[in-house]
Design a protein around this ligand. Structure first.
Ligand SMILES: Nc1nc2c(c(=O)[nH]1)N[C@H]1C(S)=C(S)[C@@H](COP(=O)(O)O)O[C@H]1N2
Ligand SMILES: [Mo]
Length: 220
């Protein structure tokens, strides 16, 4: 039986392996690289396909039921439907993605709402320091306000000119290209602004709070 709350589901084999990797420090090279001199972060290899990784539940969220809750430390809480989301300023961005399981994929073309534009609209309160992403599959992940607002970050609805597929997190997923991909929540349902930090699904299972691939911040 698949509960919508991943805390209540038995961990899958992959989830158990990933927790084991965190305990062992698997894939760590001890090498630090700089994004301006090297394109592939340490310990990563390049793939041409786009692997699918999640907790094994891929929610089907039709556009007419999709909504996005925006709450916590914001001037005004909001709930957007697809029409409200589509009215936001649109941005095209190209970025490389890096998964902690060691694959990287170059030159992904995204379209969506830049998080900077999103923040201008929703106006988090001055004391908001952290953002927690909540997804339709029950997944959560946390990032700092600064990482959420970084250049290149967006709420993506399209990839390579087509609507983002269900397996890759459509209708809308976050993309934060400068962090390992587990921070890029698929099937985003709620964006919560917080004063304090609240570790998400992988962050309580041995994965790093920050997740910078250039510093090999794989595990905590
Ligand atoms: N909602 C949700 N988002 C998620 C996950 C998940 O299980 N659920 N997995 C994360 C992990 S561990 C990775 S590596 C990427 C994978 O994205 P992809 O399947 O599009 O490659 O999604 C991230 N976002
Ligand atoms: Mo991952």
């Amino acid at each position: 039986m698949s509960s919508n709350d991943p805390q209540e589901r038995p961990d899958s084999k992959l989830t158990r392996s990933k927790q084991e990797w965190a305990r062992e420090g698997k894939f760590l090279t001890g090498r630090h690289a700089r994004p301006d001199s090297e394109r592939l972060p340490p310990g990563q290899h390049l793939v041409q396909n786009w692997p699918v990784l999640d907790l094994g539940v891929q929610p089907d969220v039709p556009l007419n039921v999709w909504h996005l809750e925006i709450d916590g430390a914001v001037e005004e809480e909001a709930c957007w439907n697809w029409a409200s989301f589509s009215r936001q300023p649109q941005t095209d961005l190209t970025s490389d993605i890096h998964c902690v399981t060691t694959w990287s994929r170059y030159d992904n073309h995204w379209q969506g709402v830049a998080t900077r534009d999103f923040l201008e609209t929703v106006r988090p309160r001055a004391e908001a320091r952290h953002v927690v992403l909540h997804s339709y599959d029950g997944y959560t992940t946390n990032v700092t306000m600064e990482d959420f607002a970084a250049e290149g970050a967006l709420l993506a609805h399209s990839w390579e000119g087509k609507p983002l597929s269900r397996e890759h997190g459509g209708p809308v997923r976050l993309i934060i290209p400068h962090l390992y991909l587990w921070k890029s929540a698929k099937w985003v349902r709620r964006i919560e602004f917080r004063v304090d930090n609240e570790p998400g699904f992988w962050e309580v299972r041995g994965y790093n709070n920050h997740a910078d691939p250039w510093l090999e911040e794989r595990y905590s």
